[in-house]
Design a protein around this ligand. Sequence first.
Ligand code: AQP
Length: 354
Amino acid sequence: MSQFTPLVFSGVQPTGNLHLGNYLGAIRKFVALQATNNCIYCVVDLHAITVPQDPKELSRSIREVTAAFLASGIDPKKHIVFNQSRVPQHAELAWIFNCIARMGWLSRMTQFKEKAGKDRENASVGLFAYPTLMAADILVYRGTHVPVGDDQKQHLELARDIAQKFNNDFSDRIAELGLGVEMAVGDTTVNGYFPLTEPIIEGSATRVMSLRDGLKKMSKSDPSDLSRINLTDDADTIAKKIRKAKTDIEPLPSEEEGLEARPEADNLVGIYAALADISRAQVIRDFGGQQFSQFKPALADLAVAKLAPIADEMRRLVGDPAHIDAVLKDGGERAGAIAEKTMGDVRDILGMLR
Ligand code: AQP
């Protein structure tokens, strides 16, 4: 019996203002996973249009996110980097998953509730169906592992539910066509066409918070630019934003537990730990008892040392759009070949004639 080949898939939306949360929660993990896995990294432009986008700005953002991937160290020759809309099989599988997923499942998604807000009637159908497209993004490659920030956990659980329902609904047909793959689910072994994808949500920066409010996620759409460190910020801007970051008046605690109920302090310590690749406990050992007036300059120096080279390389790459476009075209062709193989199987499983 065959087994799923491990494959890492993840995506980032080209919606402007790529920030430290996107980098620490996602892109930096993409880079680390390349050493030991086959990886597919996607600029998810079809997700971006679930809310209105200016066409010229969208093209610019697609190139900018690609530049961020490359500048951070993703190798587009060994792995695959492309933008989602080049591979129409994502949208095709998403439609099929729209017919597998239940309204109740999608209605429970907190991201939809947050983004639609009080004006749900006016939200796009695409915003509601966002998680079925995300499931399709992953499963069209039969991706087994997905590195993401903590905010995507619920969507990944939904992707597993969709895979499981598809496998169950068509189990006889999958067996008849010999397309099943064995996988462990809890204590039992089951057979299915789609893997039950595992999220990779680990480390000290799975949820980087706003620099202005330690209870709010750092986010591209926050109207205050001071709330986030953008990947394109220069050294002076990074230092200024850290200097102005909201804190309380107490010094840093001498025990990690002392960060509880101090969300802003906890956030800055988490960012330092992630950037320095050390534990929060180690940061507290190094800085416990110090004032923010001492800790913030150290954090700013570290952030500049880690992020400024990425910003410089991003600027260089964005200045060479032909190179970026060639990377996306090549990645799209390689991704499309894998996706079409899956869709051929899926059409056969469903009984579509081809
Ligand atoms: N604050 C964060 N901390 C850790 N990880 C984060 N991610 C996003 N924000 C944080 C992770 O970044 C990856 C790409 O995210 P996305 O492109 O899907 O964008 P998003 O989650 O919509 O980003 P924002 O900033 O939160 O945008 P808005 O303002 O539109 O809501 C994902 O893996 C995500 O988990």
